[in-house]
Write a protein that binds this ligand. Sequence first.
Ligand code: PLP
Length: 401
Amino acid sequence: MVRLNSHPSGRHFLQIPGPTNVPDRVLRAIDHPTIDHRGPEFQQLGKKVLADVRKIFQTVQPVVIYPASGTGAWEAALVNTLSPGDRVLMFETGHFASLWKKMAEKLGLQPEFLVGDWRHGVDAAAIGAHLVADSAHAIKAVCVVHNETSTGVTSDIAAVRRAIDAAGHPALLLVDTISSLGSIDYRHDEWGVDVTVSGSQKGLMLPPGLSFNAVSPKAIAAMSSARLPRAFWGWDEIIEANKNGYWSYTPATNLLYGLSEACDMLLEEGLANVFARHQRHAEAARSAVRAWGLEILCQNPAEYSPALTAVLLPEGHNADALRKVVLQHFNMSLGQGLSKLSGKVFRIGHLGDFNDLTLMGTLAGVEMGLALAGIPYRPGGVQAALDSLRATAVPHGLNAA
Ligand code: PLP
C-alpha cells in the first residue's frame, strides 16, 4: 500500500531562529582532517580566523573565541570584568535577557533589572535615568541583548551608548549579539561596546559550539581589578596565545575551519549586503503575517528584528500545536515560544544562509499549517510575501551579468 509522506524526503527546513541551516561550503570546510593545534598549519588557520572575525564584529580589538555555546560567552563577559557584589544594570527584553540576569545572580553579582514587556526593546532613556541617579557610580556594567531571540525585537545599541555617555557614567557596556551578529548591523568599535558576546550557530551559519567575546581596551583594563573567579574563561592567556595564532588550550579546530569559510562567505557578499538581505526577507515575512491577520509580537516597527519574526496566535489557540502539525506534515521546525510566551507565539527564523525561495518555502509551510491546525487566519500571506519580494527583486550576484 502506498503511504504518502511515510519518510521525509528533501531537506529538513530548520527555520528556528538558530541554530540555522549550515551552508554546504561551511559543511565541506568542517569536513577536514583534524590537525595538530600546535603546528604550523594550524597557526595559519588561527591567524586567519582571528583577523577575519574582527571584521564581522566591526572591530580592530581582540575577539576571544571559546569552544562553548553562547551561555559560556555570557559568563566570560561577566567574570573577566566584574567582582562579587558588583551592581549591574540589565534590561528585561525577554527570555534571554532574563537568563543572563539569572546567571549574574548565580555568580554573586547584584543585577538591577529594568522591567520590560517582552514586546519592546531596551529603553535607553530609562538606562540613562538610572545611571544619572547612581551618582556614586556603584553600577559597574550595563548588560543588554541586541536582538532578543525570544521576541523578535532588536534594540538600539548606539542609543544605549549615548545614554551612558550623556549620564557621564563609567559603567562598562556588555552586549549580547548571539542572534544578531552576521545578520543585523552591529558595530563593536563605533558603538563603544566593551564586551560583545556572540555565538556561532545563527548569523555565522555554523553549528553550535563556538562563542565569542570581542573586548575593548577598557574591558581588558577592568580585568586587573575583577575578582570573580575565572579559569577556563580568562581572556589573558587566550589573547596571549592568539598573538601567534594559537590557543592556550585545545581549540575546536574543525569549527574554526568552518568559521574561516563562513567569514569568507559573509565578506564576499559584503556585510552591508548581508544586512540588507535580512531586512528584505524580514519585511516580506511580516507582510505575510499581516495578510494572515495575525499579530507580530514586536510592537515598535523601528525595532522589528531582521533575523526572526515572532507571531502571536489568537487567544485559545496553541502555537505548539501549529508547530507540531508543520513538523509532521512539512518537515519544518519553527521556533517555540519561550517561558512566558510558551504556546502563545511561534517564531519564524529568517536568518543565516537564506534566500527568497527559502522564505517562500517557509511561509508556505506556515500557511498550510495554519489551515491544518484549524487556526483562524486569512489566506493570502504567501501571496503578500511574493508581492513584497517581487517589488524588491534583485538579481543574485553570481548570475547578474
Ligand atoms: N542569548 C541569545 C540572544 C540567544 O538567542 C541565545 C540562544 O539562543 C543565548 C543567549 C544562549 O546561547 P546558547 O544557547 O548558545 O548557550
